[in-house]
Write a protein of this length. Sequence first.
Length: 257
Amino acid sequence: MRIPFIAGNWKMNTTATEAEKLVIEMLDNLDRIKGVEKVLCPPFVSLVAINMMLQDSFIKLGAQNMYFEIEGAYTGEISPLMLSELCEFVILGHSERRWYFGETDEIVNKKVKAALANTLQPILCVGERLEENEAGRTEEVIDRQVTAALNSIEPVSNLVIAYEPVWAIGTGKAASGEQATATIQFIRDVLTKLWDKSIAQDLRILYGGSVTSANIAEFISHPEIDGALVGGASLKAGEFVNIVEQAAEIKGRTRTK
Ligand code: PGA
């Protein structure tokens, strides 16, 4: 059974002081919600403090990026080994990394390998751009990104994939539940081809892109969609808690049917 999963990607927002305040605002209410794996991904500079704040909670911690080498002369980079003391998850291949910082499929593949080798669970992001979507090339792009990211990696169960169409990120224009479901089903087909059917059915696949408390139900009510990677809406405590509550409620209901 795939446990529903909601992660908040705070991106380059919050100072260390603001991040601690945001955690205090949501901690108790978030922690109370059962049946959903809850993950916060604050900026690197807040990981140590938030790791301590979450010690006695069921809320998990993730980083937003990392380099693929373990240590060495790579000024300014953060390694998987450093993260492995602090977090369980790491977002990799986010479209903002791909498009603003030139991360190629090959780099994403190296990062996925390095994360897995250091007990970090990747949240691997894939998604097509608007022009690719409009040209009917969504499946081609997704196939390439998933296949390249997992190149020469043995089947693993500690991997989460997030389908994030680039045109839906931060735009307020979310995909529809049907669109997201179709692409997520396609990702399972790609995983079946790469690995096998049982692992493709076991891995959690999320939707991301302008998810809010007003539209989470549309995604989470589809059995194929296991949760969400939430950007902007995860920076408001009440909004994020509401999203996780709805996910718990709807997935709990559909499961006991
Ligand atoms: P958004 O970002 O929810 O602000 O669209 C999602 C993401 O980039 O993960």
